[in-house]
Design a protein around this ligand. Sequence first.
Ligand code: NOJ
Length: 535
Amino acid sequence: MKSSPWWKQATIYQIYPRSFFDSNGDGEGDLPGIISKLEYVKELGVDAIWLSPFYTSPNKDGGYDVADPRDVDPRFGNLDDAKKLIQVAHSLGLKVIVDVVPNHFSDQHIWFQQALKAKKGSAERARFHFYDANEDGTPPNNWISLFGGPSWTQVEDGQYYLHLFDSSQPDLNWDNPEVASDYEVTLRFWLDLGVDGFRIDVAHGLVKENLLTNHPDPQGISDALRLDVSMDPEIRYALLPTVPYFDRQGVHEIYRKWRKLFDSYKDRDIMAVAEAWVHPPINSTRYVRSDELHQVFNFDLLDAPFKSDFLYEVVNRSIELMDSVGALPTWALSNHDSPRVASRIGEVQARALALFVLALPGSCYVFAGQELGLPDGEIPDSSRQDPIYIRTKGAQKGRDGARVPLPWNGDTAPFGFTTGKPWLPLTDKWKELTVEKQSVDPKSTLNLFRTALKLRADHLIDQGSITWLESPEHGSKSDSLLAVRRGNVSIYMNLSDSAAEVEITGKLLIVSAGIVDSRDGKVTIPPVSTIWVHH
Ligand code: NOJ
């Protein structure tokens, strides 16, 4: 059964184009490569693909440094390939979501090149945030880039421009109507080409406040924003709302206008999902008010430990929060910015958690390779490309590990990904993880996903919300068990290293690992495993 509108409970498969499949032997994935594997994606059972950027870009930040948002980078193909991709995906019943990056352009974008040549105070500079240096020559304020180092770079005539990310990613000035109207042209461009939605990069960052004021604790906010820096939660949660460049009220005006634009494409059910890291969590609901966007990413599971109390809290809160604005949550265990879930919590744990999450109401995002149980790549420092690694001079390893190419077939790296030299190395250890091997192994992670997605479509979509059966707050027998009921299905996740016995009757639909023993109304759930039981 299909949910309506299509995106509400969709499973969306994130493709990082550079790492998916290389059709021309240059070592990098490309659009024709993706087209050739769309049957595989369809067979997986997902509803839509989300493509990370493939636009013209010098590729200083994996394509999130866009030099022309209305064209395809030659490394990935051309506009005809993009059109064909959309058309083939649609013919297979897959929706297509593209990434848009409205917070910044690449310094190679024509506008920034013009701004560099233009004078202080010119219309060309007003498209970005250019300001004079302080009297002592220092930048206009003390903000730190999210990629390390100052968030200002000086140009020849002494002015500075703002870049929250790499110095090659100048932030756009969204107070300038020219910026807003140019972006509408970009949105219409892709909608007219047939895409079904957008993933909005740094959706919470477009509007800045206090641009000429120092923050009292710039290092503090910079650390508070990083998932890999451990910090007393109280300190973190006190700092986050003070970040002057994120989650300002003004961003919502922008999305109200965008929503009108989307809705003007009648009968198309255009959707947009916001990448908005905000705090407190209630603020995320503002992005999905009925006149704004459709979904907002929920990042809580990206760094969640495999612990029942933590997971219970996240799942419960996410559903309740979104319910308060009539929206449904989204779920993601991995993406191109964070360590892959199999590396972070373990392979069997990742299977158990994925099977639990796939049963929940809302939309599930699956990062390509997650369906193979792929861990992070083993990347030697000499091969690292992430600007985070470069700007911090190696102090932070960056995100290349998660972005490693997919292993398709054969017994040695690069496993059919390319006939050339892959842009990031794959390891021979992945011999058993290839699509080819996993396709024929009924117990593989790939077949677990395929079966789960089919069962989700048959039994869970459109079933409304969950009722907790076992949780730290619902009289759980053990603190290693989480269980919910949704429609006619009960979902149990046993987080412990020992088997757990529960009293349930019904038909076992699926188990994430191990063998389920069932007799006399009692079911034994294997260690670190999730089961779905149909009543
Ligand atoms: C979020 C994207 O997911 C990330 O990959 C990128 O580096 C930053 N935004 C900047 O665009």
